[in-house]
Design a protein around this ligand. Structure first.
Ligand SMILES: Cc1cc2nc3c(=O)[nH]c(=O)nc-3n(C[C@H](O)[C@H](O)[C@H](O)COP(=O)(O)OP(=O)(O)OC[C@H]3O[C@@H](n4cnc5c(N)ncnc54)[C@H](O)[C@@H]3O)c2cc1C
Ligand code: SF4
Length: 546
């Protein structure tokens, strides 16, 4: 499916960056207060659940095409000037911290620092690394005998990757891995943490590149240049880092979409013909029903399957679209150990955006190894509280921990992302526990397989060796996970996936899922760019099918 009439100029297809104020404020209150409003009884063309990476792009794309779109988000409509602080401890409110239950042999800690809440979703607090997936990610089952083949190829997504890279925009060096490509903005200067990682990698003959990051280098529309003060994960108050709040929402509002914040969707309703009729949501303590001709769910890898499971009907007694017992299954996280090393010189790793330098040299399956698939390497530069977690993870506490923290400016940190495999029992189900809306909360079980364990171990050794080659006097490691995806995956047939190659659910013809939960595999690339590209592609399909 070719993109529908994609204008050549970025501004002609997405004016967001030019709709932001030029006077130093980070959002235009007139645009937000003056947005079009629909009544619950209006049968809008599309209601979107969640305004994050996938939902924000879908809303903008279809508003541009004249669709009457309402996007409901459970969290607030952020004003960066008013709501965010450049402070690690003061930023927990931008994360989804509602209760969840975890289990399995390798449980994934959820809550703070895991998924986003509010307009912009996870892109408000993400680091801004925006690599593409590799062509091999789309057929790991055929090529490597693991994972699952996608019902689309890399070539199907390439035009959408290019479009998103222009709209965010992405800065970085020419990329030699996967499908080699260039970026619209030149690479940022590299801070002290990035320089150490480059030095160590060079000693070992590991190829690294600067970027790719969705952080403005030089200016873009009315968005300013990055000021390199390192608070990307706390919500960039400068507007230099791309989030859909600044990259897609302004254009969506200007084109007539309504983005309704503080609206928790509790249920998708079907009509007698088995088509989605709209969504039930709670706003200011009142239950309402927004009617719509079509519904798109974009609530993230845990909340999307939870909403489907909570929307059981007589026809779908085990959860909406769960007639093949696939909803909630194959949820993935990347293994993400981080290694921090002490250097004689002062590093001050906070003096740059955490995403700076990366390598995909180990991304593909290496037949000489005893595991399939691979990992990527990235700088991460944690602020002090996160650094303290690293130190404590090695058992240091009390006065020893305090001494380590006094030494913070001498430490440099590197992270890896491992492609852990999709497994059916890594799944979201409903717990007995209820949330403040009276809805069963998500129960997420996660266990690693042998391949996962071998890969994590190998990747951590490479990370340690890079810091040692750069001259680290001591290293500390922490085991972590990153980037939840899956749970409502796409497939070629209903027995392989919840949605088809255009993200339309097999079971309900006017119900779409347009977020990270549709990914069949995750590669070892950060997922947001791929989620946005998939949502833009689904928008073309929706527009063409009307
Ligand atoms: C610390 C951190 C750093 C990260 N760094 C990177 C990075 O550098 N690069 C990268 O690619 N990815 C990164 N990620 C991951 C990235 O943020 C997510 O993969 C991405 O945002 C997921 O997109 P999504 O559309 O699936 O969901 P989200 O962007 O999370 O959007 C979901 C939205 O749905 C809303 N919602 C959920 N349920 C409901 C409901 N029932 N009713 C109404 N609204 C609802 C939420 O409030 C939220 O706004 C990072 C994540 C974390 C935690
Ligand atoms: S380092 Fe740059 S992108 Fe990150 S928060 Fe600061 S200004 Fe924003």
């Amino acid at each position: 499916m070719a993109p529908v009439n994609r204008p050549r100029s970025v501004r002609d297809r997405n004016e967001s960056a030019w709709l932001l104020p030029k006077d130093g404020r980070r959002c235009d209150p007139a645009l937000v207060e003056g947005m079009r409003r629909f009544a619950d009884d209006d049968v809008v063309d599309l209601v979107v659940v969640g305004c994050g990476a996938g939902g924000g792009v879908l809303t903008q794309r279809l508003a541009r095409r004249g669709w009457r779109v309402v996007c409901l988000d459970a969290g607030p409509f952020w004003d960066p000037d008013r709501d965010w602080v450049s402070d690690e401890k003061g930023s927990h409110h931008i994360y989804w911290t509602d209760p969840r239950v975890i289990g399995g042999s390798d449980p994934v800690p959820l809550g703070s620092n895991n998924s986003g809440r509010g307009v912009g979703g996870g892109t408000v607090h993400y680091a801004g690394y925006t690599p593409r997936f590799h062509p091999s990610d789309f057929n790991t089952r055929t090529a490597d005998g693991v994972g699952q083949d996608w019902p689309i190829s890399y070539g199907d997504l390439r035009p959408y990757y290019e479009a998103m890279e222009e709209e965010l925009p992405v800065a970085g060096q020419s990329w030699p891995w996967g499908d080699p490509h260039r970026y619209p903005q030149s690479p940022h200067p590299v801070g002290p943490n990035g320089q150490i990682v480059m030095r160590g990698a060079e000693q070992l003959g590991i190829d690294v590149r600067v970027g790719p990051v969705a952080i403005v280098n030089g200016g873009f529309g009315h968005r300013p240049h990055c000021i390199y003060r390192g608070f990307c994960l706390q919500g960039c108050k400068v507007n230099a880092k791309a989030s859909t709040l600044v990259t897609h929402v302004p254009d969506a509002l200007a084109r007539g979409a309504e983005i309704r914040p503080d609206s928790m969707v509790t249920r998708i309703e079907l009509d007698d013909a088995g088509r989605a009729a709209g969504v039930v949501y709670i706003r200011e303590g009142v239950e309402r029903f927004q009617r719509a001709a079509a519904v798109a769910v974009a609530g993230y890898a845990i909340e999307t399957p939870r909403l489907l499971l909570n929307s059981a009907t007589k026809r779908f007694p085990d959860g909406l679209c769960n007639n093949e017992d696939l909803v909630g299954r194959y949820v993935m996280v990347q293994g993400a150990p981080q290694v921090t090393g002490r250097f004689e010189e002062e590093v001050r790793m906070y003096k740059a955006p955490p995403p700076e330098v990366s390598s995909e040299q180990f991304y593909e399956t290496d037949p000489t190894k005893d595991y399939a698939r691979g990992f990527s390497i990235q700088t991460v530069s944690p602020l002090p509280i996160t650094h303290a977690e690293h130190v404590a993870a090695e058992g240091h506490w009390g006065s020893v921990l305090r001494e380590y923290m006094r030494d913070y400016v001498h430490w440099s940190t590197i992270g890896v992302l491992c492609e852990l495999l999709p497994l059916p029992d890594n799944r979201v189900t409903l717990a007995d526990e209820k949330d403040r809306f009276g809805l069963p909360v998500a129960h997420f079980d996660y266990s690693q397989c042998d391949n996962d364990r071998k890969l994590i171990e190998a990747s951590e050794k490479v990370a340690v060796s890079i810091l040692e080659a750069a001259g680290a006097q001591e290293t500390l490691s922490i085991q972590r996970y990153a980037h939840l995806v899956g749970g409502a995956r796409m497939g070629a047939t209903p027995s392989e996936g919840v949605v088809d190659s255009n993200l339309r659910s097999f079971a309900v013809p006017n119900l779409y899922i347009t977020d990270g939960s549709v990914l069949p595999t995750q590669g070892s690339a950060n997922p947001a760019l791929t989620i946005m590209a998939l949502a833009a592609r689904a928008a073309d399909h929706l527009a063409a099918s009307r």
